[in-house]
Design a protein around this ligand. Structure first.
Ligand code: NAI
Length: 467
């Protein structure tokens, strides 16, 4: 006997729980399978949210030590209380994950605790079995199933993860003491965010990056500028460094780099990418084969090769971002019930929560050049903005790229204070097919950081006011 639902969602991360809620809003009887006790997935439990809690807290500590005096605020005896900082982070996570449990209750979504796997398809239904920690199994059945199992740390050959001295982002969110020397492998999003946290708290941080630049995929000019800013903050970058091994050594760890001396340190953070979670789903029982990168292949409506089975988020193509997964969750649920849904992959913002933040939406200058698209570029520095001066955060700029003939905004790249919030305006503008002229003509409150976006739009037409 199996329990019947209209929809089963496997995974309760930002993709899965949002899909479950949207489907329930649309009247479906939804069951959601999650193996972790807390709902919310990597993002809420061990990703976006706890890292932001630590980024904010470490920023306060750093400010109190190094910046408040310049505001005319004298603080003496500033001390780090790491246990309280970590506990605050855990409280925030608990609040949000239990909030999802509340939302599930409100929408009458049945939660199944355990590991979900497919067992086959028959009579228009797909069968899923949930195996709990104690081995007990529950059989479920539904005409529609959404796979939203997310991703996990990708191993790197030679790097021996031990869950302590050599670990990934999960460990780096809970180091019990500030490492004297932290080696970060990979100058991507995770490496820069968590590297910044521990650097502000007093660690010496060395970032080893295989490429000759940081943040591959983001605008090269801004990435170069960001690197200079982070170097001033104390991060040490060794570009062109290919890590060939890392392991625990005594009370610390050692990292081997191709063609260089091994580096001895206290802790190692591996942040060279993530892999889709498809292990143990028994996808073969429903005839779904993975692509060359281990992802579940899907069509335009998230449909897999198995009838009635869909996939969203980190397990499919596209950037591994919580908000991309959320939007796919909503669109997938809407396709299932109404036949319509919408994700505009050309306007998905991306944010790195360093200080200053880095945010972008749309195409980079490099991509436009490569595609031979004629464009005009407008750039405006935060240094020339009154609010940024008052904030004491004047590094960076907004760079806007618009089509040379139509003036349609093709991409916006921001390095600067609250870039992650500023990019929202640009994403909305792009969603509506705005021109740089449209943004330039819209009234922006003064004095705000958003005026830098407006000035960059004016700069596309070579007529910024304040520079
Ligand atoms: P990433 O893909 O952002 O960066 C990995 C970096 O490691 C690259 O710069 C790459 O060139 C480098 N690398 C690869 N092999 C190497 C080697 N052997 N030695 C040295 N360097 C090497 O990966 P990351 O930071 O692990 O993030 C994983 C995913 O999580 C990404 O898709 C990211 O978008 C997402 N994420 C997003 C966040 C956000 O939106 N704020 C925060 C955290 C993660």
């Amino acid at each position: 006997m199996s329990t019947q639902h209209d929809l089963i969602v496997i995974g309760a991360g930002p993709g899965g729980y949002v899909a479950a809620i949207r489907a329930a809003q649309l009247g479906l009887n939804v069951g959601c399978v999650e193996l972790e006790p807390a709902l919310g997935g990597t993002c809420l439990r061990v990703g976006c949210i706890p890292s932001k809690a630590l980024l904010e807290a470490s920023e306060r500590f750093h400010e109190a030590q190094h910046a408040l005096a310049s505001f005319g605020v004298r603080a003496s005896g500033v001390e780090l209380d790491l246990p309280t900082m970590l506990a605050r982070k855990d409280t925030i996570v608990e609040g949000l994950t239990s909030g999802i449990a509340g939302l599930f209750k409100k929408h009458k979504i049945t939660r199944y605790f355990g590991h979900g796997r497919f067992t086959g398809q028959a009579g228009g239904d797909t069968q899923v079995v949930v195996r709990a920690d104690d081995g007990a199994e529950t059989a479920l059945s539904a005409p529609r199933v959404i796979i939203a199992t997310g991703s996990r740390l990708a191993p790197l050959r030679g790097v021996e993860l031990d869950g302590d001295r050599v670990g990934g982002s999960t460990e780096a969110l809970s180091y019990p003491e500030v490492p004297k020397h932290l080696v970060v492998i990979g100058a991507g999003v995770i490496g820069l965010e968590l590297g910044s946290v521990w650097s502000r708290l007093g660690a010496q941080v060395t970032v080893l990056e295989y490429l000759d630049r940081i943040l591959p995929g983001m605008d090269e000019e801004l990435a170069r500028e960001a690197k200079r800013v982070f170097e001033k903050q104390g991060l040490v970058f060794r570009l062109g460094s290919r890590v060939t091994g890392a392991r625990q050594e005594g009370e610390g760890a050692v990292v081997e780099v191709d063609g260089a001396e091994p580096i001895h340190c206290d802790r190692v953070l591996l942040s060279t990418g993530r892999l889709p979670n498809t292990e143990g789903l028994a996808l073969d029982t429903i005839g779904v084969a993975l692509d060359e990168r281990g992802r579940v292949p899907v069509g335009a409506h998230f449909e897999t090769s198995a009838p009635g089975v869909y996939a969203i988020g980190d397990v499919i193509r596209g950037p591994m971002l919580a908000h991309k997964a959320e939007d796919e969750g909503v669109a997938c649920a809407e396709y299932l019930v109404t036949g319509y849904g919408h994700v505009n992959y050309d306007a998905i913002p991306s944010v790195v929560y360093t200080h200053p933040e880095i945010a972008c939406v749309g195409r980079t200058e490099e991509e436009l050049k490569e595609a031979g698209v004629p464009y005009r570029k407008g750039s405006f520095p935060f240094m020339a903005n009154g609010r940024a001066r008052a904030l004491g955060s004047t590094e960076g700029r907004v760079k806007m790229l618009a089509h040379a003939e139509t003036d349609r905004v093709l991409g916006v790249h921001i390095l600067g204070p609250r870039a992650g919030d500023l990019i929202a305006e640009c994403a909305v503008a792009m969603e509506y097919g705005a021109s740089s002229e449209d943004i330039a003509r819209a009234c922006h409150a003064h004095p705000t950081l958003a005026e830098v976006v407006k000035e960059a739009a004016l700069a596309v037409d070579k007529r910024p006011i304040h520079i």
